[in-house]
Design a protein around this ligand. Structure first.
Ligand SMILES: [Zn+2]
Length: 310
């Protein structure tokens, strides 16, 4: 099924042609006068901004620019037919980066501005953040510990000693709309802002199906048994490297037993309370952030877009 509200970071990806056949031609494409590069630093993205809008701050791929990057830029692909790259400028001071290219451009946390950039740019920025974040934490070979170097436009690393190849990692996370009739199971973690409750979620483990992971995580975190599970939608979530797999899950039991290591609280919430919660008008509960798939799924369920199990 598809949700009527676009999923942040997942929609608009069609505008980026990853052009994998060109990854070996990165050096030539970097010299293309049309080529543009998106600067990132410590996971934040350089953006231009105005009243209620942000847009990615693309800069030319000149030698002066390239000498400031920590490693060779990543070839993201062709965006509206232009070769586009992303590069990590974490080795220079953030203030210097902000001053270097476009007047007024600032580094931003992608989650906080996701609602103010276009779907296509959000998707491109999420790709850049995900792959650059992987490079920053995988400088050495996991097999032998020697240095590794990027190749194929930054889509893999090769060990200089043992020739081992390493690829960007993605960590799948199941996130569940657990329902029992007209009620949905929501939980909160201690670190979250006051009153925020969200869908339960957890990392998948090797050897697990998506359905198995939904059942295990719901049982572990809240003591609820799950019957049928249905896939809904997914969201790349590069904070740092998750892929959120949203599912509808049918609760077979209702008595909550919380795993206090994972959750501070969990409760059943009536569907009729969701409009107020989503509008920020509820006394007891607040919704997850606008860009999160949890909120998009909760909104869709509240509006009757997600069919019941019976
Ligand atoms: Zn090695």
């Amino acid at each position: 099924m598809s949700l009527s509200h676009p999923v942040t970071f997942a929609s608009g990806g069609a505008k980026l042609d990853r052009a994998t056949h060109l990854r070996g031609a990165t050096k030539r494409l970097l010299r293309d006068k049309q080529a543009r590069l998106l600067p990132l630093s410590e996971g934040r993205v350089l953006m231009e901004q105005g009243d209620g809008w942000h847009r990615l701050a693309w800069v030319p791929t000149t030698p002066d620019t390239l000498k400031l990057t920590r490693e060779a830029p990543i070839f993201l692909g062709l965006f509206e037919d232009t070769p586009v790259f992303a590069a990590d400028f974490s080795s220079i001071a953030p203030e210097r980066l902000e001053r270097s290219f476009i007047a007024g451009a600032k580094l931003h946390d992608l989650r906080s501005v996701a609602g103010e950039i276009s779907a296509g740019e959000a998707s491109v920025a999420a790709t850049a953040k995900g792959v650059l974040g992987w490079h920053a934490t995988h400088l050495f070979c996991a097999r032998c510990g020697a240095e590794s170097r990027p190749e194929e436009g930054g889509w893999r690393r090769r060990c200089v000693e043992c020739d081992g190849l390493h690829f960007p990692r993605i960590d799948p996370v199941v996130i569940m709309l657990v329902t029992h009739g007209e009620r949905v199971l929501l939980g909160r973690q201690e670190a979250w802002a006051d009153r925020v409750f969200s869908l339960l979620a957890g990392f998948m483990e090797p050897g697990e199906s998506i359905e198995d992971a939904v059942r295990r995580e719901t049982r572990e975190e809240a003591g609820i048994e799950i019957g049928r599970v249905r896939y809904l939608a997914c969201q790349p979530w590069p904070f740092p490297s998750s892929l959120m797999l949203a599912c509808a899950a049918e609760a077979l039991s209702t008595e909550i037993t919380i795993d206090t290591q994972e959750l501070e609280d969990a409760t059943w919430v009536n569907k009729s309370d969701l409009p107020d919660i989503l509008a920020g008008k509820h006394q007891q509960f607040a919704a997850p952030r606008v860009s999160a798939i949890a909120r998009i799924v909760l909104s869709a369920w509240a509006m009757g877009e997600i069919p019941d199990f019976d």
